[in-house]
Design a protein around this ligand. Structure first.
Ligand code: 6PG
Length: 473
């Protein structure tokens, strides 16, 4: 009996995806460059062993799969993917499908898709979210490629995906790079979510001098309400955990320096290219970068002086309520930006991205899964996902309730010297977005003054110049 699908690259994500596929009843052929890893994988597959076909070569792998053959590549993003495609394409035949399931830059995906055109083979760029657990038991799956190739893999992918109230969190989102683009923006939003949570944690830790074990129940409580989400849930768990070595709360012994692999940065670069403001995501990416300047920050703290802790006072209950709503308002603005970037890309690249579907397949399995995404899915279900999320009637109501809290929290944090870059960017975005008459009249005047760029008037059509006279640049 031939395998339904193949997989190359038995690292943690690849192994877990393969086990997930086997567990859902599909035969899968696997290959790893180091053969001993393949053997060990099959050996440890327990009851699923019978559905796994270990292969010692790519030719063997191709031979083991039912044509047209879908082969998932789960290797490090970048050059290894190109090398794997080059090695694999000789072993495959017409209509076979190479699927890159890594965190690829969508520009690479578009290039790979184009390079394979005319070869008879097709390419799928597949975003997979949910970490190791998700890969093993149900990730969210974002597919880009031809609709025909999707039809071939739809059964397997929907079977292994997470389910939200029975609905599979896997979907075809559009051609070539659409899937990887959506995964990239998912990660950009993930960065903003994480950063805003960290900022709120900072206010509780440094503004209110609360210990991790006091902060944990606050997040756990919020997880029961409108903020209910995987990231809030794990934040509470992180705050509860103790270090095995020292017995101290584990967050207290972790260095305040966060890494990144690129997807957050790509989100921001693409947003800029498309001309869509994504300031909360930008702030989150920049905050990670600044976090890595540890030595410089320590020197600056010496130069400017250490701030005292517990610098926020007042009724704690009211403050905690404000913090919850502030985080919610920030979240609304960040998601509005992320979806706006996808809408911009959809137009620019002619993808016709299905916004309601994207919201739906993010409701379970992925890192940003939350109750909130169901609210977005519902709003987009009504609007078709066109237009800024901030203009969806349900979101106008929610934002009206929440933005005063965001305002108070950002103001208090600023006064106390507590950095809240993502929350304050979210607030500034909202305030600028809702301001019917902004301040760019001044920008236009300045541009005309020094560069004779001209400006439009509020009371007449056409291009005008100001009375700047000879000083004009
Ligand atoms: C997911 C995650 C996953 C991973 C990224 C982000 O959706 O399952 O986003 O893809 O955590 O690599 O990682 P960085 O924080 O290292 O950029």
């Amino acid at each position: 009996e031939k395998a339904e699908i193949g997989l190359i690259g038995l690292g943690t994500m690849g192994s877990n995806l393969a086990l997930n596929i086997a567990e859902k009843g599909h035969r899968i052929a696997v290959f790893n460059r180091t053969a001993s890893k393949t053997d060990a994988f099959v050996e440890n597959a327990g009851a699923l062993k019978g559905r796994i076909v270990p292969c010692k070569s790519l030719a063997e792998l191709a031979d083991a799969i039912r044509p047209p053959r879908p082969v998932i590549i789960m290797v490090l993003a970048g050059k290894p993917v190109d090398e794997q495609i080059a090695a694999l394409r000789d072993e495959l035949s017409a209509n076979d499908i190479i699927i890159d399931a890594g965190n690829a830059n969508f520009h690479d995906t578009v290039r790979r898709f184009t390079e394979l055109q005319g070869s008879g083979l097709t390419f799928i760029g597949m975003g997979v979210s949910g970490g190791e657990e998700g890969a093993r038991h149900g990730p969210s799956i974002m597919v880009g490629g031809t609709q025909e190739s999707w039809t071939r893999v739809e059964d397997v992918l929907t079977a292994i995906s997470a389910k939200y109230k029975g609905e599979p969190c896997a979907a075809w989102l559009g051609p070539d790079g659409a899937g990887h683009f959506v995964k990239t923006i998912h990660n950009g939003i993930e960065y903003a979510d994480m950063q805003m949570i960290a900022e709120i944690y900072g206010i509780l830790r440094d503004g209110l001098a609360m210990a991790p074990k006091e902060i944990a129940p606050v997040f756990a409580g919020w997880n029961e309400g409108r903020l209910n989400s995987y990231l809030i849930e794990i934040t509470a768990k992180v705050l509860e955990a103790d270090d095995a070595e020292t017995g101290k709360p584990v967050v207290d012994i972790i260095l305040d320096r966060a890494g990144q692999k690129g997807t957050g940065k790509w989100s921001v670069i693409e947003a800029q290219q498309l001309g869509i403001p994504a300031t909360a995501i930008e702030a989150a990416v920049a905050a990670r970068v600044l976090s890595s300047f540890k030595a410089e920050r320590l020197a600056a703290e010496k130069a400017y002086g250490t701030l005292e802790v517990e610098r926020i006072s007042g009724a704690k209950d009211a403050l905690l309520k404000d913090l919850e709503l502030a985080l919610f308002a920030g979240k609304i603005a960040a998601y509005a930006q992320g979806f706006a970037v996808m809408e911009g890309a959809s137009k620019e690249f002619g993808w016709n991205l299905p916004m309601p579907t994207i919201a739906r397949i993010w409701r379970a399995g992925c890192i940003i899964r939350s109750q909130f995404l169901d609210t977005i899915a519902e709003a987009f279900g009504k609007s078709g996902g066109k237009g800024n999320l901030l203009m969806a009637p349900a979101f106008i109501t929610m934002m009206k309730e929440a933005h005063p809290s965001l305002r108070r929290i950002v103001a208090r944090a600023a006064e106390a010297g507590l950095p809240v870059p993502a929350l304050s960017s979210a607030l500034a975005y909202f305030d600028a977005y809702r301001q019917g008459r902004g301040t760019s009249n001044m920008i236009q005047a300045q541009r005309d003054f020094f560069g004779a760029h001209g400006f439009e008037r509020i009371d007449a059509e056409g291009a005008f110049h100001g009375p700047w006279g000879m000083e004009q640049g």
